[in-house]
Design a protein around this ligand. Structure first.
Ligand code: NAD
Length: 282
């Protein structure tokens, strides 16, 4: 039976490491600062924003949560970002997505200063990731890499198959795996013989958004299966894109949902904010 990758406990130990680093940093009189901006009242977003603020508190960061109404105009939001771009006690700016339809997401992401783009979505950070230069890396994808490394599943030389090609998960996770010297295949909604592709993976990363898409016959015996999917079932329970119970006796390692990739995302956001604060004071 597969070994379970407990993201919660890995995330806790990273936070412990961050806490030590922050203490040293604070002894020099410097406190990392994060602002989270929430437009409107999407219930899921409200939970995410609350959890981000809680993580800041736990690590002793300075944090601001700015809640503005759904009717906020694009120009008003841009003004807000401009203000935080120059505010010295803020090292990270996160605009919670999705945004209301009348606001162009790209315009907002582009407006965030590259140095404070702790989500790693700004084109310059994306480009630096691609080139292999130092960059703020997107949180969920770098969380996936940490899960692999910290369970001894180093990607180098392995065949990694990523299912999903979104800008926030699939593509960046594929780039990071490549940077870690994996051989990378990217599959998506138009891929033919996808099961067969998946079955060739030593490391299978799934970020699709379809409950229990991946069954045991998609998985090579012993493979590491990382499930990024978070789906709400009709009964209210959460489940991943992988049929967890089904793959358990085939996979070598598997992440549960919840409790796998999920807890890593905010932790990597905290790591990015600290990184940005350090750079600002160098
Ligand atoms: P998305 O909808 O932007 O992208 C989904 C991708 O899956 C697309 O690239 C598409 O080509 C591919 N796809 C769609 N149907 C497919 C099929 N039948 N077979 C193969 N590929 C198919 O989604 P996203 O933003 O990348 O998120 C994916 C999942 O990860 C969602 O469940 C989301 O909730 C979850 N997610 C979790 C976290 C986290 O844990 N912190 C963060 C981000 C996203």
């Amino acid at each position: 039976s597969a070994q379970i990758i407990y993201g919660k406990s890995i995330s806790d130990s990273i936070r412990q490491e961050l806490l030590h680093e922050v203490e040293t940093f604070k002894s020099k009189g410097i406190t990392p600062g994060l602002v989270v901006i929430l437009v409107g009242e999407d219930p899921a977003s409200q939970v995410y924003v609350r959890n981000k603020a809680k993580a800041c508190e736990q690590l002793g960061y300075y944090s601001e949560v700015v809640r503005v109404p759904a009717e906020t105009t694009q120009d008003e939001l841009l003004e807000l970002i401009k203000k935080y771009n120059t505010q010295e006690n803020i090292n990270g700016i996160l605009v919670q997505l999705p945004l209301p339809k009348h606001i162009e997401e790209k315009a907002i992401i582009d407006a965030i200063s590259v140095e404070k783009d702790v989500d790693g979505f700004h084109p310059e950070n994306v480009g630096n990731l691609m080139i292999g230069d130092d960059a703020l890396l997107p949180c969920t994808p770098s969380g996936v890499i940490e899960l692999l490394k910290r369970t001894g599943n180093h990607p180098a030389g392995k065949h990694a198959v990523v299912i999903g090609r979104s800008n926030i998960v699939g593509k960046p996770v594929a780039m990071l795996l490549l940077r870690e010297n994996a051989t990378v295949t990217i599959c998506h909604s138009r891929t033919q013989n996808i099961e067969e592709m998946a079955r060739q993976a030593d490391i299978l990363v799934v970020a699709v958004g379809i409950p229990k898409l991946v069954k045991k016959d998609w998985v090579k015996p012993g493979a590491v299966v990382i499930d990024v999917g978070v789906n709400r079932l009709p009964d209210g329970k959460l489940c991943g894109d992988v049929d967890y119970d089904d793959v358990l006796d085939v996979a070598g390692w598997v992440t549960p949902v919840p409790g796998g990739v999920g807890p890593m995302t905010i932790t990597m956001l905290m790591a990015n904010t600290l990184k940005s604060a350090k750079r600002a004071h160098e």
